[in-house]
Design a protein around this ligand. Structure first.
Ligand SMILES: CC(C)(COP(=O)(O)OP(=O)(O)OC[C@H]1O[C@@H](n2cnc3c(N)ncnc32)[C@H](O)[C@@H]1OP(=O)(O)O)[C@@H](O)C(=O)NCCC(=O)NCCS
Length: 165
């Protein structure tokens, strides 16, 4: 018999490993955020994009180990819907549940307005991120052709994924 898939409960309280902290992203974080973005993204956001995200009062969070910034997440919230715009974890700290922790944090922080849906776009070639989202219960909604820029003017499709609660 096929067992129903059990996904990570994104709304249960977040228990972070001791020494790790998730805090709002501030202007002072942006040098470290941009450096991490440069190391991790195929077409990195520039400083201006992060400044706009801060000015727009999006849901922007960083995760730090002691004083070292090791990840960030940027999302916009409209009522009970979250749109994940950017997410990154330092290569040295991957595979430890940090991306999962940041997404969980997004889902639990605004208890006054419980989140009903999260959606995002992910590069067709970004299999690790797709695996992360599938593990968290996201499903594929469709494909946006040529959404992303790649090297040498080539474009890449975006997979549109969402999770409802
Ligand atoms: C994608 C990314 C954010 C994942 O961060 P992470 O902190 O390592 O993710 P987690 O530890 O929370 O992983 C949770 C699950 O995701 C999947 N996953 C994450 N990285 C994976 C990898 N390299 N290969 C396969 N599966 C992976 C696994 O199912 C994993 O669960 P498991 O550890 O029990 O196998 C990180 O690799 C990254 O920053 N990549 C570059 C930027 C990027 O692609 N951002 C997403 C843009 S849409």
């Amino acid at each position: 018999m096929v067992q129903p898939q059990v996904y990570v409960d994104l709304t249960s309280p977040l228990n972070l490993v001791e020494g790790l902290h998730i805090t709002p992203m501030f202007k002072d974080d942006l040098d470290a955020v941009v450096e991490l973005e440069q190391q991790n993204a195929v077409a990195p956001w520039r400083l201006r994009s992060f400044e706009l995200a801060l000015n727009a009062k999006h849901c922007n969070w960083v995760i730090c180990s002691e004083a070292e910034l090791i990840g960030f997440i940027c999302a916009s919230q409209v009522l009970d819907e979250l749109h994940i715009l950017n997410l990154s974890v330092a290569q040295t700290h991957r595979g430890q549940g940090l991306a999962t922790a940041m997404i969980k944090h997004l889902c639990t922080i605004h208890q006054d307005v419980p989140i009903r849906m999260i959606f995002l776009e992910v590069r067709e070639s970004n299999k690790p991120a797709q695996k992360l989202y599938r593990k968290l219960g996201f499903k594929l909604d469709g494909v946006r052709k040529g959404y992303y820029q790649c090297a040498r003017g080539i474009r890449e499709d975006a997979l549109l994924m969402s999770r409802e609660f």
